[in-house]
Design a protein. Structure first.
Length: 278
């Protein structure tokens, strides 16, 4: 299984924390960074080297369909280039604002079939507006694109950067969340769902338990939340909820762990696992 992220140079340090957390908890064949720039990612390359992991930098080519999009929109779609891998294999794509807090090696053993080549996590709550607008079968089927496990060979049958860009350009008014809405529509019926532990979104956190989505009368999936938090694997600091932006009094263990890794990022291999501390 390969670990893959898509970003530009501005997000290297953020991605460094994410990559370090994954390498501390699981084994990967390589770390792949997809970017629009030829600039070297020295910090990320050094981290991979310290863990004795192959580092690969893939540059988005000038011929990419991505360049049909407005410049300010393109960064949201870097991930579609990450999903377009030429070498057969299993890849775990994660956003730069994720944090691994437990072993995710089970993902390397999950069966990905030819008709369901990608595994995702739902939002853990109904998304009736997105489902209705995008024509999804269920309001619970809208997935978050921050964690994607895929088989590159099988996925090519259903998805390409050109298809995603064309869908977005033709349906911009439907795609509130740009690439995420495009992926949800194009992959409808061809995804399998992972437990919520693999993409713990900010609204799921204990500190947000007064949110309406924690109420069973509003969200029938709320019963899963205690188990998700108890057995979390990948935390996703969605909606800009990075620990450095959270008041100290509202920080939880995963926030403190992220801050610890960020502070010690120059010596990543000696940093502790999450379970060593909490």
């Amino acid at each position: 299984m390969h670990l893959i992220l898509a970003l530009d140079k501005n997000f290297e340090r953020l991605a460094a924390v994410a990559v370090t957390s994954f390498l501390l908890h699981s084994s990967f064949e390589s770390v792949i960074i997809v970017s629009p720039e030829s600039d070297k990612f020295e910090l990320l390359e050094r981290i991979a080297h310290e863990f004795d992991i192959l580092f690969v930098h893939q540059i988005i080519q000038e011929t990419s369909s991505l360049h049909r999009l407005p410049k300010n929109i393109q960064p949201y779609f870097y991930c579609i280039e990450a999903l377009d891998q030429t070498l057969p294999g299993r890849y775990l794509y994660v956003d730069a604002d994720t944090l691994c807090v437990a072993d995710v090696q089970q993902l390397a053993e999950l069966i990905l079939r030819s008709n369901t080549p990608i595994a995702v996590c739902s939002h853990g709550r109904p998304m009736p507006d997105r489902s209705l607008i995008l024509g999804l079968e269920s309001p619970f089927h809208y997935f978050n694109a921050g964690v994607l496990l895929f088989d590159s060979e099988y996925l090519k049958r259903y998805l390409s950067p050109r298809m995603v860009v064309e869908y977005y350009l033709n349906h911009q008014c439907l795609c509130r969340f740009r690439e995420q809405c495009s992926l949800n529509t194009l992959l409808e019926g061809h995804v399998q769902f992972l437990p919520g532990q693999y993409n713990v979104l900010s609204w799921m956190r204990e500190r947000n338990s007064n949110h309406q989505w924690h109420d069973l009368s509003v969200n029938s999936m709320a019963y899963c939340l205690p188990d998700i938090r108890q057995n979390m694997k990948i935390v996703h600091f969605s909606n800009g909820a990075l620990p450095s932006n959270v008041p100290e009094g509202r920080r939880e263990s995963m926030d403190h762990y992220w801050l610890l890794l960020e502070k010690g990022i120059n010596q990543p291999a000696v940093l502790p696992n999450y379970s060593d501390l909490w």
